[in-house]
Design a protein around this ligand. Structure first.
Ligand code: BG6
Length: 487
């Protein structure tokens, strides 16, 4: 048994209460992550998991449901001790819209020895009634933590409503807001790269960096999330949370230490320094029928069954208005039904100030750092080198990659689901990789202003063919500045 690390917040939870326990997230991520943590003996044998949702299921039926989810979503070699894991689970049906069932739920949870962690992954409309129900049943004491899964509102106003409702029962130091990108190993590695190496930080600024690109490209389409996605769109579904968190990690000042307050203080400063985007600095798109990896796929309107003005692609030229980043554009783009699944950050450095080889006919390209987050986890630094030879006809230089493939560098290490890390941190009470209220609100503020701009301009998404890199205007957005998207 590995010892749990001790963090602020004081207790390691020995009860976990999962709302939305029959939902998609529970099946794909939460149950598999918990089972994998169990298999690796990372959670205390005493930890009991109470699952709740509207369906009328017995404990036995829920365990069967969980087993089916694990067999589908967790690789067989990570399912060690699955039967024991299933025995940790119990189930209590609940209609969260009324107070009636909460006392029975509290009874099922019982008295925790140390503390209770609650994971709320339900429709946002159920947040408020659920908080009321928890208060009613006394499940809001000093030894209770609350974890919230997105979407946390659809704009600043609705996000504040949710945050206020949660804050009426739990103080901020016991609220854990998930952005699952922060649970990804390569995203955390970004901090190691920046702050555990000497060579990057001195040149990590406007004097040496020309621009930054952040791409989150997906090949999937609507995936049956018709109702949710059409009300959200790419800006709110991906940029408001995941992409702004990546941007904040790239742009933040070095925190004094790797702890929840220091890291989040620095991130929020970046989010607050985001310059309001001007019209002409965003491009939106919506996919039409096309092909991905040689397979025909329908258009967004076909999948939806009607026309819609929701964007499935967005590209933004953004700026962080502070000393470090003066004049450095951050180009962001994300979309569904793009040619490949790739999440990466590209840091494009400036040219050397003077080429000593110019008189010998050599051309140079500036250095570039590419941080691959998924599916490939790698770090590539492009360097200029001399092409071997006697140089009788001039010196030739060529860009070559210095490439670290993380899986090769750490071949023995288990590749974990982002939620494994986040659930463990929730149980142990470490907020470093969770999003603080001021961050969420700064994110929404910036996003709301973009949406207001779109509305004022009457912006309608341009169409793009599924399997392409979005509307051509997105390419033009970067090329106007002499920048090409990294592909
Ligand atoms: C979710 C979005 O937050 O992130 C989805 O709602 C998106 O639309 C998903 O597909 C992407 O996550 P990942 O981990 O697959 O990059």
């Amino acid at each position: 048994m590995n010892m749990p690390s001790m963090h602020s917040g004081g207790f390691t939870a020995d009860r976990l209460l999962l709302f939305g326990a029959t939902g998609d997230l529970a099946q794909r991520m939460l149950l598999p992550s918990l089972c994998a943590l169990h298999a690796d003996e990372l959670i205390d044998p005493e930890l009991k998991i109470v699952a709740t949702a509207r369906s009328e299921l017995t404990n036995h039926e829920y365990r069967n449901f969980a087993r089916a989810a694990l067999e589908k979503y967790l690789p067989a070699d990570r399912r060690g001790g699955m039967a024991d894991f299933l025995n940790r689970l119990s189930y209590q049906p609940l209609d969260a819209t009324t107070l009636d069932g909460f006392n029975a739920l509290a009874e099922k949870v019982g008295q925790p020895g140390q503390g209770l962690a609650i994971f709320l992954s339900t429709a946002p409309s159920l947040f408020e009634p659920t908080i009321k129900g928890l208060q009613h049943a006394g499940l809001d004491g000093a030894n209770v933590r609350m974890c919230l899964e997105k979407p946390l509102g659809t704009d600043l106003a609705t996000s504040r409503e949710i945050n206020d409702a949660v804050a009426s029962a739990f103080p901020e130091e016991r609220i854990f807001r998930i952005d699952h990108y922060l649970g990804k190993e390569t995203v955390q590695n970004l901090l190691a790269l920046r702050f555990a190496n000497l060579m990057f930080e001195p040149i990590w600024n406007a004097a040496h960096i020309d621009h930054v690109q952040i791409t989150v490209a997906e090949t999937v389409g609507l995936e049956g999330r018709v109702g949710f996605y059409d009300d959200a769109g790419a800006l709110r579904d991906m940029v408001q949370n995941h992409m702004l968190q990546l941007l904040a990690l790239v742009a933040m000042e070095p925190p004094g230490s790797f702890d929840a307050t220091a890291v989040r203080d620095e991130k929020v400063k970046v989010l607050r320094a985001l310059r309001q985007v001007e019209s002409g600095e965003t491009v939106t798109g919506q996919y039409r029928a096309g092909a991905i990896n040689g397979k025909a796929v329908p258009g967004y309107d076909d999948e939806l069954g009607r026309e819609s003005n929701t964007e499935t692609f967005v590209a933004i030229k953004s700026h962080v208005d502070n000393w470090r980043w003066k004049g450095v554009p951050f180009y962001l783009r994300t979309g569904k039904r793009l040619p490949e699944r790739v999440t990466e950050i590209v840091v494009q450095f400036r040219c050397v100030p003077h080429s000593i080889f110019a008189g010998k006919g050599a051309t140079m390209q500036p250095n570039r750092l590419v941080i691959g987050i998924q599916p490939e986890e790698n770090i590539t630094l492009s360097l200029m080198t001399k092409v071997p030879g006697l140089d009788r006809e001039g010196i030739r230089l060529r860009q070559v990659p210095l490439n670290i493939a993380m899986p090769d560098a750490f071949s023995g290490a288990v590749r974990r689901i982002a939620y494994e890390r986040l659930l463990l941190d929730l149980i142990e009470g470490d907020q470093t990789l969770f999003v603080r209220r001021d961050e969420v609100e700064a994110q929404w503020q910036w996003i709301d202003a973009i949406r207001a701009g779109w509305q004022a301009d009457g912006l309608i998404p341009k169409t793009y063919t599924a399997g392409s890199w979005g509307p051509s205007a997105a390419i033009a957005l970067a090329e106007r500045d002499g920048v090409s998207w990294h592909e």
